[in-house]
Design a protein around this ligand. Structure first.
Ligand code: ZN
Ligand code: ZN
Ligand code: ZN
Length: 637
């Protein structure tokens, strides 16, 4: 039994998340994302590497999408409408509601404004979403008779979920993106203590430790406030969903408190529509938002209105949310080109920007700087840049906490940067003693999976388990000398040990049996070590009147009497011509040259008692023998 993980995307990078996991013959695709930083074939996962790629519908048992971010869902319409996958697709209700907005927003940006080749159309998005089955949190879904899946709250963005999948006894968890601490609008990830062979986790911030979020939010608000006070314009490039809502809540709140009148705009109608969804899906937000919902919906932004293009160069300060995030093109880039040369303006960047985006170039550049867009276009960047240091991703502590809590047998890191992943792998292996991997794209990791076998137990074994094994101990007398007697109680503990042998017989269930039964199961006789000694008994001279004519049976009776006196508590038997005490057996030896005889005396009046015993009665046997050797024959009658 094995679990095979083929990483088609987000291997040692962030972007186009896609992991194909085969568990006991069932194949699941987790996420079907695109890479925003590439325009060539690296933009999509290499689906041809999936086994039996001529027919994805029969090759894959299902597709699971964790959340609506394009690096997790961006390639889905292409995969279903262009590559012909028509099997089941699962995602949460909010993801199903919000994903089409996200996909359509992206399609417009790329095709309408950047003039790129269309990978999928609006109809493709609609047709693709028709194939999706929405699931609730903690609802166990039976995909087929062997495969079970379940979603858990992941924080991160509205509707984001971690997914648990189980086939037979093998189980895994794929986290997608998650946050272990609540933010302004969403709660922290929540998961049950599951029995897992494997956890596949994101590792965007594999080595980052974050301090209080409050301080970092204040820095952001201060930067924005200062800019608008100085008559500057603030550009906040974001995607339509997620960060936009969080920052909107933050600003709206601040505007209220500070009584600011400077307008806040949303660039596209789409984002306003997204806010509507957030209002409807209030159940998926943070406890705080839910608690205050009765008096006021936190997504009813008082100070936010939609933007009109003609306002781009209007005089006076304002704040503008524009898509896409990271200034990857589209409207946010258009605005950036016009505002960047002015020192009064401010541009905020998220904590993480993909390689290839303007945001990424700005992150590492010192200002003032120049950014080359293409052959003919170069932008003078003189505006302020503020990098947001709060993020909807978990930090390193959160990843370690989750892995420690779940304690799976193996961990695979995806969705991170290679050097940081290497460091986190070291920590997981050394601190938690869990095997960890961080495969590159198109690599496969194979791990063994759990297979439980039910074993029976014999009655004798069960009975032996019930036998108490008391151990008594007195408290340390020296240390407790000043305690009165009532406190010097004896400590009793029951150290039960069940010892048995696991047997596996052909065509039968395994069974645990007791040690004694085992020989019976094998159908062989017990081999034991036996000791033997042919003990000489020297009889008195023929002249002695008492001993003459003593028959062997009379002699035996004499021995028996003496032994009974020496071992009063023992069960002695003198059946026929033998003496028995436990495993000790003695009988007269008539053999001329007995092998167990050691004396070579040629005494004329000697008889031999051939004795044998097992190892357990070694001590007893030698006591018996010494009594026999020193028999007081003369006194016997
Ligand atoms: Zn995400
Ligand atoms: Zn992601
Ligand atoms: Zn003998």
């Amino acid at each position: 039994m094995a679990i095979e993980c083929l990483v088609l995307g987000a291997g040692q990078e962030v972007g186009k998340s896609c992991v194909v996991v085969t568990i006991n013959g069932k194949r699941i695709m987790f996420d079907c994302g695109m890479h925003m930083g590439y325009k060539d074939k690296r933009q999509y996962p290499d689906f041809d590497l999936i086994p039996d790629s001529c027919d994805f519908t029969s090759s894959l048992s299902c597709i699971i999408i964790t959340h609506f971010h394009l690096d997790h869902i961006g390639a889905l319409p292409f995969f279903t409408q262009n590559r012909g996958y028509s099997g089941p697709i699962y995602m949460t209700y909010p993801t199903k509601a919000l994903a089409p907005i996200m996909l359509e927003d992206y399609r417009k940006v790329m095709v309408d404004r950047r003039g790129e080749k269309e990978r999928f159309s609006s109809e493709d998005i609609v047709e693709c979403m028709k194939k999706v089955t929405a699931v609730d949190l903690k609802q166990t879904v039976q995909v087929d008779k062997d495969l079970q899946i379940r979603a858990y709250y992941a924080g991160h963005v509205l509707g984001a979920a971690m997914f648990y999948a189980k086939v037979g006894d093998a189980a895994i968890l794929y986290t997608g993106d998650y946050n272990m601490t609540p933010d302004r609008h969403l709660g922290a990830a929540q998961i049950d203590r599951l029995q897992l062979d494997l956890v596949i986790t994101e590792s965007t911030y594999a080595t980052t430790y974050r301090d209080s979020k409050y301080v970092r939010e204040r820095e952001f608000l201060k930067a924005v406030h200062k800019c608008v006070e100085d008559e500057g314009k603030v550009l906040i490039p974001t995607f339509a969903l997620g960060r936009a809502q969080e920052l909107c809540m933050l600003l709206d709140d601040y505007w209220e408190r500070m009584n600011l009148k400077v307008p806040i705009y949303f660039s596209a109608g789409l984002t306003i529509q997204a806010n509507l969804y957030y209002k409807v899906l209030i159940n998926w937000t943070s406890q705080k938002v839910k608690d205050t919902y009765v008096t006021r919906n936190a997504f009813d932004f008082k100070n936010v209105c939609s933007f009109d293009r003609s306002l781009i160069n209007a005089p006076g300060p304002y704040v503008l949310f524009a898509t896409p995030g990271m200034i990857g093109g589209g409207f946010s880039l258009e605005v950036f080109r016009q505002w960047a040369p002015c020192e009064k303006n401010l541009v905020t960047l998220p904590g993480y920007c993909l390689a290839g985006t303007v945001g990424h170039k700005l992150m590492s550049a010192k200002r003032p700087t120049q950014i080359r867009l293409d052959e003919d276009v170069q932008i003078d960047v003189r505006c302020e840049i503020h990098q947001l240091s709060f993020s909807p991703h978990t930090d390193a502590k959160g990843i370690m906490d989750l892995v420690k809590f779940l304690s799976p047998k193996h961990v695979i890191l995806v969705h991170g940067e290679k050097p940081k992943m290497a460091m986190l792998k070291e920590r997981i292996e050394s601190e938690l003693a869990i095997q960890c991997y961080y495969p590159a794209n198109n690599e496969t990791v194979c791990i063994s999976s759990t297979h439980h076998v039910e074993a029976g137990a014999s009655d004798a074994f069960l009975q032996s388990c019930l036998c108490p094994n008391f151990k008594f101990s007195k408290p340390n007398s020296e240390r407790d000398s000043d305690l009165d007697d009532s406190n010097k109680r004896t400590i009793v503990c029951d150290d039960r040990v069940a010892q048995g042998i696991l047997t596996l017989e052909k065509n039968q269930n395994p069974k645990v049996v007791g040690q004694n039964e085992f020989m019976e199961v094998l159908g062989v006789e017990n081999h034991g070590v036996k000791f033997a000694h042919c003990c000489p008994i020297y009889l008195p001279d023929s002249e002695s009147r008492d001993a003459s004519g003593r028959s062997p049976s009379a002699l035996l009776r004499l021995i028996f009497e003496q032994l009974s006196r020496a071992f009063p508590g023992f069960d002695l038997h003198d059946c026929q011509e033998q003496i028995r005490i436990r495993s000790f057996v003695g009988s007269f030896c008539s053999k001329e040259k007995c092998l167990h005889r050691t004396d070579v005396s040629l005494h004329s009046r000697v008889t031999h008692l051939c004795c044998s015993w097992s190892l357990a009665d070694e001590e007893l046997a030698w006591k018996v023998l010494s009594i026999i050797k020193n028999l007081e024959l003369a006194n016997a009658s």
